[in-house]
Design a protein around this ligand. Structure first.
Ligand SMILES: NC(=O)c1ccc[n+]([C@@H]2O[C@H](COP(=O)([O-])OP(=O)(O)OC[C@H]3O[C@@H](n4cnc5c(N)ncnc54)[C@H](OP(=O)(O)O)[C@@H]3O)[C@@H](O)[C@H]2O)c1
Length: 321
């Protein structure tokens, strides 16, 4: 039995935390008050395409001071803009030979975490199933394109490879199919291609991923977004599995999008609720890194600016910050 802290128990963190607790691990959720109070009162419900689980045996806290220390693993499941704050929490809470595993989207999260945590104990997970908060105390798994892939931040470390294998087995036994990958950097870049193409357009147009692939105009924009991001990844010497952007796009349209066609971008929900989005860690990071390498990324820059503007408008409407 492992002691696991879920740092940022929203949609994804609650799915991991709930299923790990259900399979017998000692799980603590660190999250916001309404959700944590509901979990304390009624347990956590994880519903959706993987079945319905009612998980009782977990701790739910709202402040790091309330959750002890020496966790075998800290799962980082906050949005990217919260990574700097949660990195300090993870560093304090993980035990001396434990692991910190980022299950986030976006580029740069592992680099931020590595400023606080020994890089040899740092892991990334590429998550390509969908989850949403239904109400406080309840989350739903909506779609799943592929198993989770997990890998060490420092791939050459033998001990890290063994730890990645151990966590992949623990997640899989809990019902979240997980594989170890050769390069988590490559997997996270590939997920960034997917997110950069689908999330901002899905949020701006208020449609699901399937519609974006069917419409010729949005398809043309997504082709360009992927082309740019692929060129930046090549400039960064990322060991991608595809020889060209075209080869990635073939898999994107034939496999990844069909399996997540019904999914609506979480960026859309963020805009509807007047919340911040992760666009700066996705299209914005492609744009920023492109500038560093002299690779033009006009479409990623445009989408970043459009989402920032839409965020400003929705925050004014909702009365947020
Ligand atoms: N949802 C999906 O389908 C999906 C799929 C694949 C990958 N991902 C990635 O997984 C990550 C998490 O996504 P998500 O959809 O699960 O986000 P989410 O529902 O917003 O969950 C994050 C939770 O952490 C909370 N939080 C932030 N800082 C905290 C702190 N210091 N202490 C306690 N709680 C804190 C947030 O509260 P506030 O909102 O109040 O700040 C929020 O409730 C993102 O990088 C996302 O891109 C998501």
């Amino acid at each position: 039995m492992a002691r696991i802290l879920v740092a940022g128990a929203g949609a994804i963190g609650s799915v991991f935390g709930g299923l790990l607790a259900h399979s017998g691990h000692d799980v603590t959720l660190l999250g916001r008050a309404a959700h944590m109070q509901a979990v304390k009162r009624r347990g956590l419900v994880v519903d959706g395409i993987w079945g319905r689980y009612h998980c009782w045996k977990l701790e739910a806290v709202t402040a790091p001071v309330d959750c002890g220390t020496s966790f075998d693993a800290v799962l980082v499941t906050v949005k990217s803009y919260d990574t700097p704050v949660i990195a300090e929490v993870a560093a304090q809470k993980v035990c001396a030979d434990g692991q910190v595993i980022s299950l986030q989207n976006g580029l740069g999260n592992l680099e931020v975490l590595a400023r606080h945590i020994d890089p040899r104990r740092l892991f990334g997970g590429r998550v390509i199933f969908g989850a949403r908060m239904v109400e406080p105390g309840a989350v739903e798994v909506t779609v799943c394109a592929e198993p989770v892939r997990i890998g060490p931040y420092v791939p050459a470390e033998q001990k890290s490879k063994a730890a990645a294998q151990q966590w992949a087995s623990i997640f899989t036994e809990a019902g979240i199919r997980t594989e170890v990958c050769d390069s988590i950097e490559a997997e996270l870049w590939a997920k960034a291609f997917y997110n950069a193409a689908l999330n901002p357009l899905g949020a701006l147009l208020g449609c699901n991923y399937g519609w974006l692939a069917e419409n010729l105009d949005t398809r043309a924009i997504m082709n360009g977004v992927i082309e740019e991001a692929f060129a930046v990844a090549v400039a960064e010497k990322v060991p991608l599995r595809w020889a060209s952007a075209e080869a990635y796009r073939a898999e994107f349209y034939s496999s990844l999008v069909p399996r997540t066609a019904a999914h609506r971008s979480s960026m859309l929900q963020d805009l509807e609720q007047g919340k911040r989005t992760e666009v700066d860690a996705i299209n914005g990071e492609v744009w920023r890194r492109g500038e560093r390498h002299g690779v033009p990324t006009p479409l990623n820059a445009l989408l970043t600016r459009l989402i920032r503007a839409a965020t400003a408008r929705s925050q004014k409407r909702v009365g947020g910050p």
